[in-house]
Design a binder for this molecule. Structure first.
Ligand SMILES: Cc1cc2nc3c(=O)[nH]c(=O)nc-3n(C[C@H](O)[C@H](O)[C@H](O)COP(=O)(O)OP(=O)(O)OC[C@H]3O[C@@H](n4cnc5c(N)ncnc54)[C@H](O)[C@@H]3O)c2cc1C
Length: 527
């Protein structure tokens, strides 16, 4: 592999969603620090409709914590939950400082939506695209401050460490189609979740297994990888909206689900109907489809007609418009939805200050695991990016107060290291071309959708571990070669396979159904 350029900075942030931007915002107040922020798209953050904040008159930090732990089936890291909930209200100061005003009623109270799993309405928003509004303001502020270089076309592939900890990253410039090394005193991983490794998900194409894999190969630990939250209601038709989630807060506004026979099947499972946690909703929809009571395009019917046009227009105009653009009227006709992977609740294990087991490596946002436990309440992931992005930024500032820049390594040193990333044993090697990589990716996707979907069983997961492990081994033992683009595709697939393999192994190890990890062959004990 040829590395064309060597770059030095103080802090490298990988990921330009809210978590990465918040970390940069927090660090950039120190004008003496140079930050590089890499991304390859905007991730999930622009789609955040709203954030959890305990501002309802019947809500409190304690109630918020209790809901979060209960929904996570007490598999959450309690210290992280305490931070999420206690520091949540600081977000109000942030929004005020950035000039973002949340929607309010005429009497001055916040317009709050109630997410599934919350005891009270808790989601604040600024229109239907609150995440995008926040990102724009954060980017503007970073440009104004001037010490963050934002590169929206660079994909990090591996982290380099030395005996003292993190050293930097191998990065691919998707515009110039060439590699660079970036040396930094600290790295923050903010690469988002990894549901994009599934063939059909709500995630954008820049979301994959790179973050998990980079952390893993650098020596960080991962946790809760089996907890993949399926968004219960994702459009399966028409093509223009396929993969887009329908907001489940509508179930508190008279929206209901129906099988193809027109019956509200959720009432057969719970008197609360559709107003249950997302994991239960996803499971029941999945089973209804498996039973054969499915709509023409393989989903169930999401019927928002009783929400009424006026209310839809007032609270959910973006959803009305989305279907209007397809020639459909959400207030008059039901739409077809099915569950799809949405957020990964597991990921890199962090301490309360977002540090990892690797000195100088920090992580925040959806790439981390532990905050949501076995199931996540809507609105909590968005809040997590704000709270923990800031915490990561502050922790890095403290960490750097004792660190000087090191003499940069030569390009030859980086190239030798990069060439040793694969071909780690003496096993026979294969020549791999683009077509082989495409077939391997399809095989990975097939294992994920067949054996690591809403309902799992031991036999299927054992098969997935075997198939994913075999492919992983093949790639790990194939030299990267001189074809720049092919090597890039190989490393990306290897990273995605690493995340898939860790997910499959974790899922197999957890023998009992808990939260969104549902086993058809659940055992009594999951110790
Ligand atoms: C459609 C949708 C709607 C959602 N709605 C809500 C909601 O209303 N409320 C809520 O609380 N949560 C919601 N969520 C979840 C929430 O959006 C995410 O958990 C959160 O935004 C993750 O933020 P993040 O900054 O950690 O990662 P992301 O916003 O996903 O950003 C990840 C960034 O990392 C970059 N990246 C990834 N890999 C690399 C690499 N190798 N090199 C360089 N850059 C890389 C990506 O390009 C991107 O810039 C939603 C999720 C989706 C998919």
């Amino acid at each position: 592999m040829i590395i064309n350029e060597s770059i030095q900075t103080d802090i490298l942030i990988v990921g330009g969603g809210i978590a990465g931007l918040m970390a940069a915002y927090s660090i950039s107040s120190d004008k003496n620090l140079e930050i590089m922020l890499l991304s390859d798209g905007s991730g999930a953050s622009p789609f955040v409709h709203g954030f959890s904040l305990p501002v309802h008159s019947s809500d409190s930090v304690e109630c918020f914590m209790e809901d979060t732990l209960k929904s996570g089936q007490w598999k959450n890291d309690e210290k992280l939950v305490a931070l999420l909930c206690k520091e949540s209200l600081l977000a109000l100061d942030l929004f005020e400082k950035l000039g973002i005003t949340f929607d309010k009623k005429e009497n001055g109270e916040y317009t709050l939506l109630r997410p599934l799993g919350a005891s009270v309405p808790r989601i604040v928003s600024a229109g239907n695209h609150t995440g995008a509004v926040l990102m724009r303001k954060l980017r503007d502020e970073l440009i104004r401050r001037g010490n963050t270089k934002m590169c929206g076309w660079m994909r990090a592939l591996r982290l380099k460490t030395d005996s003292e900890g993190i050293r930097g990253a191998l990065v691919y410039d998707t515009r110039k189609k060439q590699y660079s090394s970036i040396e930094a005193k600290a790295v923050i991983l903010a690469t988002g979740g990894f549901c994009g490794i599934y063939p059909f998900s709500t995630n954008s194409s820049d979301i994959g297994g790179d973050g998990i894999s980079m952390g893993w190969y650098a020596g960080a630990s991962v946790k809760d990888m089996e907890f993949i939250q399926f968004e219960p209601c994702v459009a399966v038709h028409p093509t223009a909206v396929k993969g887009k989630g329908m907001v489940t807060t509508m179930f508190y506004e008279n929206a209901v689900l129906r099988g193809n026979d027109g019956k509200r099947f959720m009432l057969e499972h719970s008197s609360a109907g559709e107003q249950v946690d997302k994991d239960i909703l996803a499971l029941q929809i999945y089973q209804e489809i498996q039973k054969g009571n499915q709509s023409p395009h393989g989903g169930v019917w999401f019927d928002a007609t009783d929400v009424g046009f006026e209310r839809l227009k007032e609270i959910y105009p973006a959803y009305l418009k989305r279907y209007e653009d397809c020639g459909m009227d959400l207030s008059k006709e039901p739409i077809e939805v099915a569950p799809a992977p949405h957020t990964s609740l597991g990921g890199i294990e962090i301490k309360p200050d977002c540090s990892t087991r690797v000195p100088g490596l920090f992580a925040c946002g959806e790439v981390t695991g532990g905050i949501h436990g076995a199931n996540r309440i809507g609105g909590n992931a968005g809040l997590e990016t704000i709270v923990f992005g800031r915490i990561a930024g502050e922790a890095v500032q403290r960490y750097l107060s004792e660190k000087g820049r090191k003499e940069p390594l030569s390009l030859k040193n980086w190239e030798d290291w990069a060439n040793s990333l694969t071909k780690t044993s003496n096993l026979s090697t294969l020549d791999i071309n683009q077509n082989d990589l495409m077939l391997m990716r399809q095989k990975m996707e097939q294992q994920l959708s067949e054996n690591l979907s809403v309902i799992r069983n031991e036999r299927g997961m054992q098969h997935a571990v075997q198939v994913l492990g075999d492919m992983h081994q093949v790639l790990e033992n194939t030299p990267l070669g001189d074809d720049t683009e092919l090597a890039y595709q190989m490393l990306r697939l290897l990273n995605d396979l690493t995340a898939a393999k860790l997910l499959a192994k974790s899922a197999l190890a957890r023998t009992k159904t808990v939260g969104c990890h549902i086993r058809a062959d659940s055992k009594e004990n999951d110790e």
